[in-house]
Design a protein around this ligand. Structure first.
Ligand SMILES: O=P(O)(O)OC[C@@H](O)[C@@H](O)c1c[nH]c2ccccc12
Length: 263
């Protein structure tokens, strides 16, 4: 059983996202440790990618910063970040990466490396359920969760995706790309109810969430809240000085999310 199962027990999870090597290797290590110290439950680590289809401008700019700073960045650099983080914290980590990166590395080698670093799961936005069979063979052996994305338009596929999921389900709050938002899909509670109908798997909502109030609203019906662009903006603004600001932001968000447990 992966660590992810424990995260959601009597807990509402805060799941921040940062991009590996934004702005550089050492700052990313420090950022992940700061997120853990601030009370993050899982850290979602993005692998810089030159053609990130689902990413909005804030995450794309982070990918660019990482690749400009280190044009020869490889997957092993990202694994080395986790290796260094593991000297300090055992916080659950999931990688957000596109399918081609895993394919290039080799499914077996990639999953073996993840297992050795106690990485808990993968979010692969461009790999639908139907294309996961081959990879799943290796992720199962490595105790790696394959975390699917469900959107408000997943419709009849929701049950099928939910039944196959492990770790948790990433519920996309609204259509479009990542980035700060003021409004979310009206059917979110309904989407989550449909998941709960067929599976006991935890749900975490992401896309657009940045304020503590939004996070609290989402935590009332989901088991976790994912925040990407708002964290990445902190990194963009403070660069090497980002860790304490990320820690402080995490403390605020976590407190607000956790307050829904008492209700
Ligand atoms: O940035 P936002 O709107 O807070 O959303 C999280 C998101 O950035 C992160 O989970 C993510 C980064 N890249 C992605 C690609 C697809 C799905 C999700 C993601």
């Amino acid at each position: 059983m992966s660590n992810l199962n424990n995260v959601f027990k009597n807990n509402k999870a805060f799941i921040p996202f940062v991009v590996a090597c934004d702005p550089d290797f050492d700052t990313t290590v420090a950022n992940i440790i700061a997120l853990a110290e601030g009370g993050a439950d899982i850290v979602e680590l993005g692998i810089p990618f030159s053609d990130p289809v689902a990413d909005g401008p804030v995450i794309q700019a982070a990918d660019m910063r990482a690749l400009t700073n280190k044009p020869d960045l490889t997957m092993d650099d990202v694994f080395d970040i986790v290796k260094k983080v593991r000297l300090t914290t055992a916080i659950p980590i999931v990688l957000l990466t596109y399918s081609n990166i895993i394919f290039q590395y080799g499914y077996a080698a990639f999953c073996k490396k993840c297992a050795a670093l106690a990485i808990d799961g993968l979010v692969i936005p461009d790999m639908p359920l139907e294309e996961q069979t081959e990879l799943k063979h290796f992720t199962d052996k490595a105790n790696l969760a394959l975390i699917p994305l469900i959107t408000p338009t997943s419709g009849v596929r929701i049950a099928k995706i939910a039944q196959a999921a492990s770790g948790f389900i990433y519920v996309v709050s609204s259509l479009g790309v990542t980035g700060l938002r003021a409004n979310f899909d009206q059917n979110l509670a309904d989407v989550i109810a449909q998941i709960k109908n067929v599976s006991a798997i935890p749900t975490a909502i992401g896309f657009g969430i940045h304020t503590a109030t939004q996070a609290q609203t989402m935590a009332k019906f989901a088991d976790g809240v994912i925040v990407g662009s708002a964290c990445v903006q902190i990194v963009a603004k403070y660069q090497k000085m980002a860790p304490p600001y990320l820690k402080q932001y995490t403390q605020t968000m976590k407190q607000s999310i956790a307050s829904t447990l008492d209700e």
